[in-house]
Design a protein around this ligand. Structure first.
Ligand SMILES: *Cc1c(COP(=O)(O)O)cnc(C)c1O
Length: 384
């Protein structure tokens, strides 16, 4: 029986050739492909600067470092995300506070965040990390207004949403990661994400000061830039000016990223076509969908439905070789966070009882998709 996963990378002959030619070049790590990937990616999302790093988690960690998160920092994020969105704050000793989600979008609820901010003295919180969960872009304009009122930074976790956009109050399409409203945005190039490098990540921003800091922190806090050096002993000389990390991504993987990025736009369209077929198929059934509102360009990293018999559906699909997944087990319910905060977030917890992510990736064939749709409908005893 053929297995149908929930997500899968697409590797073409051109991708392979791109990697092979970099392998045959002089550079295995830090060569010309890193800058090319950064420049092309910045263009793709419409940001001024992009910093390529070893993975999405490293990107989050560098953001927290660049924003000077420390033991006194409290940061708000969503419970319906991958753990890394929250963990980056803990890496720097800060405290994570989870706010509940909006039941319609399943994104961090701006009103819940406002309520948290209003309940504490100004200056209690340092920042907000909204997540474009499943590829549904967060309305960052609303978060920016709130952030400005309370003097907070915003890191947009856009791992699910390269190519997605929301429409702001001036009727402008704001692409995820374009830096218009968020201070920093991050992406991942894990194989299930839109652009696959194996491991890889990117930070985008329009802020030149943050950009310089990120570049320094990515390579041990070391610089050779004559303009930045405090002293200069000669051609060999470098300085470690801050405590950084080795979060570099190799040139070979950037070659793959550059090649993948060429198909990113086309693949978002493929994802939207798949979503439209699911939407259509589940019309007039008890299967609940998360439909994007007007002005939203959903990037469909995931296609999620909500059903009461979720656990049974999960196993029924597996018996047919369909490997649907659950996104996500709420992060605030993880033992590590539960023992710190023990928050009650009823909307996120109810969402988790019902959600299931159906197969969604550019190479999913119509035939495979119909097999999935029929299996879901059959289980739900709908007519197929
Ligand atoms: C994948 C992902 C990450 C982490 O990315 P890695 O490259 O796997 O480290 C962070 N946040 C979200 C929402 C993700 O989906």
């Amino acid at each position: 029986m053929k297995k149908i996963p929930y997500g899968k990378q697409q590797i073409t002959e051109a991708d392979i050739q791109a990697m092979v030619s970099t392998l045959q070049s002089d550079f295995l790590t830090q060569g010309p492909k890193v800058a090319e990937f950064e420049n092309n990616f910045a263009d793709y999302v419409g940001a001024k600067y992009a910093v390529a790093v070893s993975n999405g988690t490293a990107a989050l960690h560098l953001c927290a470092l660049a924003l000077e998160v420390n033991e006194t920092s409290k940061v708000i994020t969503t419970p319906i995300t991958f753990a890394a969105s929250a963990n980056c704050i803990r890496y720097c000793g800060g405290e994570v506070v989870f706010a509940d989600i909006d039941p319609n979008t399943c994104l961090l609820d701006v009103d819940k965040v406002r309520a948290l901010l209003e309940a504490s003295p100004k200056g209690t919180y340092a920042g907000i990390i909204p997540v474009d969960f499943a590829g549904y872009p967060v309305n960052l304009e609303a978060f920016r207004q709130l952030a400005d009122e309370y003097d907070l930074w915003i890191v947009e976790d856009a791992c699910h949403a390269p190519g997605g956009y929301f429409t702001d109050s001036k009727n402008v399409k704001q692409y995820c990661g374009n830096g218009a409203y968020a201070d920093l945005s991050i992406f991942s190039f894990h194989p299930v994400k839109h652009i696959a490098c194996g491991e890889g990540g990117m930070i985008t921003t329009n802020d030149s000061v943050l950009y310089e800091k990120l570049c320094l922190l990515r390579t041990h806090g070391i610089t050779k830039d004559p303009e930045q050096l405090e002293e200069n002993h000669g051609g060999w000389y470098y300085e470690m000016q801050d405590l950084g990390y080795n979060y570099r991504i190799p040139d070979v993987l950037c070659a793959l990223g550059v090649s993948q990025l060429k198909r990113a736009k086309e693949n978002v369209e493929k994802r939207r076509a798949i979503a439209a077929r699911y939407d259509q198929a589940f019309n007039n059934t008890p299967i609940q969908r998360i439909l994007p509102s007007e002005g939203i360009g959903h990037a469909y990293h995931l296609y999620i439905i909500k059903v009461r018999e979720r656990k049974e559906l999960y196993y029924a699909l597996r018996r047919k070789g369909i490997y649907a997944q659950i996104h996500y087990i709420p992060v605030h319910k993880m033992p590590y966070y539960k023992k710190r905060n023990n928050e009650k977030l009823p909307i996120a917890e109810a969402y988790y009882q019902q959600c299931i992510s159906l197969p969604m990736y550019p190479n999913l064939t119509e035939e495979e998709q119909h097999f999935v749709i029929d299996a879901v409908k059959e289980f739900m005893t709908c007519e197929v």
